[in-house]
Design a binder for this molecule. Sequence first.
Ligand code: WTA
Length: 584
Amino acid sequence: MAEKSTELISGGIIKKDPAKLRLTSNLQGYDNLRKTFKWSDADKLVEWFPGGKINAAYNVVDRHAKGPNANKIALIYDDGEGNAQKVTFKQLYEQTNRFANLMKKLGIKRQDRVFFFLQRSPELYAGFLGAIKYGAIASPMFPAFGPDAIKDRLLDSGAVCLVTDSDLKKRFYEVKSLLPELKHTIIVGKDVAPDELSWEKEMASASDKFETVPMDPEEFMYLLYTSGSTGKPKGVVHAHKGIVQAHLTAKWVLDIHEEDVYWCGADLGWVTGVVYGVLGPWSNGVTQIGLGGRFDPDRWYKTIQNYKVSIWYTAPTAVRMLMAKGDDTPKKYDLSSLRALYCVGEPLNPEGVRWAQEVFDNKPFHDTWWQTETGSILITNFPGMDIKPGSMGKPQPGIEAAIVDETGKVLEQGEEGSLAIRPGWPSMMRQIWKNPAKYNEYFRNGWYYTGDTAQVDKDGYFWYVGRADDVIKTSGERVGPFEVESALIEHEAVAEAGVIGKPDDLRGNIIKAFIVLTPGHTESDALKADIQKHVKSRLAGHAYPREIEVVIDLPKTRSGKIMRRLLRARELGLPIGDISTLDD
Ligand code: WTA
């Protein structure tokens, strides 16, 4: 196993000369900090209310609006067509106050769940942070979600309020009648029904003054649903205390400085969009770019050029798509403003790291590792640290990470095993919503088990190996096979379905479905296309099987559970392993 690391770094370590960095790194003395750092040191970087109370939104917005940064641009929102809207910290403060006052007017209670089903827009940022400063639990949903995905989240969380827009609300209306606890629907846009509230009108009439609510650090701030191997998506709950670590990692890992222009491409429906597209960067008072519209290489390079982006946080699939477009495209643009590049979500190929070095004038991508559950970056390549291309880097000071076996025993260097973290970091999830059993499954033998397998080399660099479970990462997005299987069998032609991730050069993995047809249906391209369309429309635009294979039956355990492991082994020509539980 040890050779694997060597082979991956055969292209050479990327040496960093700290003296040559454009700005002095915020993190100095990593090795020493690994020994001496205490989380209580980081508590001093954020502001607290008397009595040990805190509010994440106060740190993200209010403290800048009340200080010298009041008139600094917080957000440059580009709708993707080149129409830009600029929002200062003071304006963001007033908008979040208005939304908090609207929450009050509606009688929303502390820790009620308030959901957002919106395209990225200035309204989304204002609503999300306004709900948090009010003391509600905020939850943004990915705009590509279909009715089933929306229903699962609103129902499970008992959401009382939804903010959506004239366009997206159609998908919500398909399931609205199934959501008795949802009392208020606020619509951004013109098409507002009599039983809905108009964002525009309500925000205009609400006061722009509001005293942000001091919260117990353990009270909940936001909730994001994510997928596991089995069952419906689970609600990962994060506390206000998490802002401490979001702040610190944005400062140390993303290396945010006052003068930077920062761009994170992730939608707020994903944890990256929340933590590093809102919380961490703004807590550090930086100007952020919000870009609407779809992926388009020219538009992306233009965004960097026109807004002079200096820090860029993106995903490996996007990097591979940019690579596929060729090196002539970036040459058309002035990208010299870039200072540091980061990636997250899936393994970043060494070629991607090195490609960036060539194309962006000696600036490699820094891979970062974390999860919805961890609430912030835990293992990473720091800007002042040598990069071994293909490695996720080293643990953030304060984080104890190890490769362990099923008994919790720490394995040797180079041995493959479960990636585990010692519990208790500030941004760790606090609950799986209404599902303590699921929460407890993560914690065993004194470790938090991440569900990833990895190894660590002699220099303490971590190397990703794969998932220990059936979770699929496609284009960096996390998809649960059970959700896709459930959507598939809703189609009249599908009797049974088993879903796996199949490795793909561009997307990391694609979703592949094996299906058994119901009697009376025969295999055809048209039928497969119809099944794909069905899954897309129910679940989400990205969560459909790009490949469908019709089979006569599926391998199952004696208790009737589909053995995805066998489907994967067969597909990839891998050894099939233990099949003692397989049904005849
Ligand atoms: C995967 C995204 C390899 C991993 C912030 C993890 C990665 C899951 C990396 C979490 C990386 C994330 N290299 N794999 N640098 N970063 N992953 O919850 O499998 O959407 O467990 O959070 O993404 O996905 P999630």
